[in-house]
Design a binder for this molecule. Sequence first.
Ligand code: F6R
Length: 608
Amino acid sequence: MCGIVAYIGPKDATPFLLEGLARLEYRGYDSAGVAVTGRTGGIKSRKVKGRVADLAADIPARFKGTTGIGHTRWATHGVPSDANAHPHLDNAERIAVVHNGIIENADELRVRLTAEGAVFRSETDTEVLAHLIAAHATEGVELEEAVRAALGKVVGTYGIAVLDAEQPDRIVVARNGSPIVLGIGEKEMFAASDVSALVRYTRQVVHLEDGELATVRADGFRTFTEDARTTHRQPSTVDWEIDSYDTGGYEHFLLKEIHEQPGSVERTLSGRLDERFATAHLGGLNLDARELREIRRVKILGCGSAYYAGEMGAQLIEELARIPAHSEPASEFRYRNPVIEADTLYIAVSQSGETYDTLAAVQEVKRKGGRVLGVVNTVGSAIARECDGGIYLHAGPEISVASTKAFTSTVVAFALIALHFGRIHDLSPADGRRIVSALKALPDQIREVLAQSDAIAELAAEYAESEGMMFIGRVRGYPVAREGAQKLKEISYVHAEAYPASELKHGPLALISPELPTVALVPDDELLDKNLTTLGEIKARSGRVLAVAHRRPDAKLADHCVLVPKSEPELDPLLLNIPLQLLAYHAAVALKRDVDKPRNLAKSVTVE
Ligand code: F6R
C-alpha cells in the first residue's frame, strides 16, 4: 500500500531514502516525504503531493542528515496532499513518524491529545502517533520506551519508523500487521517495508514479526516485544536477483514481467515434476496421501487477479482430481460468516502475501478450525506464515501494479496441486503423463506467444479507441475472459466487461455494436462449435470480434485473430491469457497511460 524506508550510518541518508522510495513507489504513489536528523540536531522534513521525483526536485542541497526516514503514500485517511503526506511530526518537531496501516482508535486519541494541547495539521491517523510518542518521550526516556508505551495505547495495524531529534543515534521501528524488514550493512543499517528498497545496499535482512519492535543503530540492532522482552533474530539472505528490481532495458516493468514468464514458469515447476509416477512433488503442503484422500471439497480464496487465478485453479482441481472446487473473493468470504467444514481444504492465493482481506479470510478459517494452504509468491510474508502449508511460486518480485507473471505462476501452481491430488485419486498414469509433458512444454509455448507482441500492439492500438470491450469465454475460457477484462481496465482505463459466452444471449448481447468490440476466447476443444455459434451471433449484430484461438475462425466470424499454441485442454487457459496481457499492455501504451502505476491503485492492498 504505502512504502517505508529508513537509514542510519555515517553517510548522508537522503540519497538512499530517495532511491529507496523510488523503488517502493509501486506500492503507493500519491505523495512522498522524508525527514532527516543528525549531530547538528533538529529534524529537517520535506513532503509533497505527487511522485518521488517531485519530492526529489523539492529537496534543497543543504538537506542532509545521517539518520532518516521516508515514505511513499497511497491515501486511506485524508486526500493526497502535502499536509497529509508522511512523515508526520509532533508540534515541537522533535519526533517524526512514517506509518503503513491504519490506527483504528485515531479519532479517540486525537480528541485526547488535542485536549492535552496537541495541534493537528493533517487529516491522517498517523499524525496521532507522532503526538502520542512525543507525549511519552519525556526527560530521560529512551525513544524505544516512548514508542513502546505509545503503541500500547493504539488499536490497529502498523509498520512504523520513528526518528527523534534528541536521540539521533537511533531509529525505532515496529511491526503489527504491516511488514518491516531491517537491512544490515557495513557500519550502517537500513529498514524498509519491502526488501526491494534494500537489495542494492545489502542482502542480509531481518524480517520483524508482528508485535515486534527494533532499535536500529549504525552498528547494529536490538529487537524486542511489545512487553519489552528481548528477541533474538538471525539475519537471512535475500535470494531474489538484484536485476529483478530494474526494468532491464524494457520500457516498463509490466512488459518486462510479461516477457519473464517463460523463466518464472520454469521456476514454479522446478523440482516439482515427478516423471516416474506422473505426478507432482509438493513437500510444502504438509499433507500426506491419506489426509488428502479425506478432502471432499476445495475452497480457494484470493482477491482481484488472485481470485481469477483461483477460478482457473478450481477448474483444474475439479477436472484432474474430480474434487468439487470453488474460488471466492476473500474480501467477500470474510464478511459472510462462512461455514467452515472439516473435510474442506482452503487455499489462499496471494502474490504479495500481504493482502489484508485475504489474510483476514485465512485467519477466519483458522479460528474456526479449518486447514488452509497458501499459494504465495513472497517468501515469509504474512499470509505464507499464517497458512498451515503451501507452495511458493518463485516467480520473482513483481513490481508493476498489475499482476502478470505471478498470475501465470499461480495457475501453474494449481496445475501442480491438481495433478498431485488427481494422482492420489483417480487420474490415470497416462493422464498424469499427459499433464506433466504439457507443463514442461509451457515455457517454450509462452515464448511463441510473446513473439507476437508487435502484431498484438497493432491490434491494441486499433481496439484501444473503442468505447469499451467485451471479453467472452466458455467454461475454461471464462476465467481467462475475466482476467483479460481486469487487466485491460486497470491499466488502460478502457471499460471492459467479461461474460461467459453462453450467457451473452441472456442479456449482454443488447450491448453489442461496432463501438463495443468483443475479445473471444476460442480454444480448439469440445466447445469449439458452441463458441463459433456465439461469434456468429455477435457478427450478426455488427459486432467486431478479436478471436484468441488455436485455429483461425472463418473471416466471417472474426475480424482479427491471435493464434496461440495448443496445450492439453485443461492447461489451454494459461496460454490463452498471455495475448490478453499483451493486449492490455499495448492498449495502455497507445493511450499513454502510466502503465506500471495506474491511477487510484497500489500494488499490495494491506488495508480493509
Ligand atoms: C490485478 C492485481 C490485483 C491483485 C490483488 C491481490 O492485476 O494485481 O487485483 O491481484 O490485489 O493481490 P495479491 O495477489 O498480492 O494478494
